[in-house]
Design a protein. Structure first.
Length: 193
């Protein structure tokens, strides 16, 4: 099943007991709110930084020596960059100098990009869809049972995305070749001295 903007909007409408629409241009009092919930959920869920929206970017200084960051960059990956480096007003900012970073050489930064909803992998779309329904439901109906059902769907989608992320970045310690050989008994663990 393809997950599109229309399917997310219809899922939001269904959570309110509304009939589905065939086009986003149809007149319905809740369509704009469902679309807004989708936009917010897309930003919120991607800001974590997943395997599909993290990358290393070489940022070149402009004529004034400032490092301009592309507009689709949500943030720097805090785990991979110095803690004093951040993005402010689409430029690299140095907290250590309390000023925008200036230089003449390229800077490599690990970034988190904001991708369009339509460009996300399937399980990420499913997660964003579930988050949008939760946000939409909390904004309008507020029915505890409906919110709980939406939250359960969100939790299941999060588990799927997290598992895919772990597989993609090879974060599972037991998949490392050295660890596998230790587990198989072909390499001895070092004893601390």
């Amino acid at each position: 099943m393809r997950v599109t903007t229309l399917t997310v909007v219809n899922a939001c409408l269904a959570s309110m007991g509304e009939e589905p629409i065939n086009s986003l241009s149809e007149v319905n009092a809740f369509v704009n709110s469902a679309t807004f919930a989708l936009e917010q959920a897309t930003i919120n869920e991607q800001s974590i930084g997943w395997w599909f929206n993290k990358e290393c970017l070489k940022i070149l200084p402009d004529v004034n020596g400032l490092y301009i960051v592309p507009t689709d960059v949500i943030d720097l990956d805090a785990e991979q960059n110095p803690g004093w480096l951040s993005v402010r007003n689409n430029r690299l900012y140095s907290s250590a100098d309390a000023d925008y970073l200036k230089g003449t050489k390229p800077v490599e930064a690990n970034i988190i990009r904001l991708l369009d909803f339509e460009d996300l992998p399937f399980h990420a779309k499913r997660l964003v869809k579930a988050a949008a329904v939760v946000m939409f439901q909390q904004s309008y109906d507020g029915d505890a049972t409906k919110i709980q059902e939406a939250q359960t769907e969100y939790n299941q989608a999060y588990i799927q995305v997290r598992a895919q992320h772990i597989r993609s970045v090879r974060a599972n310690f037991s998949t490392l070749p050295r660890r596998q050989s230790m587990m198989m008994g072909t390499q001895r663990l070092r004893t601390p001295r």
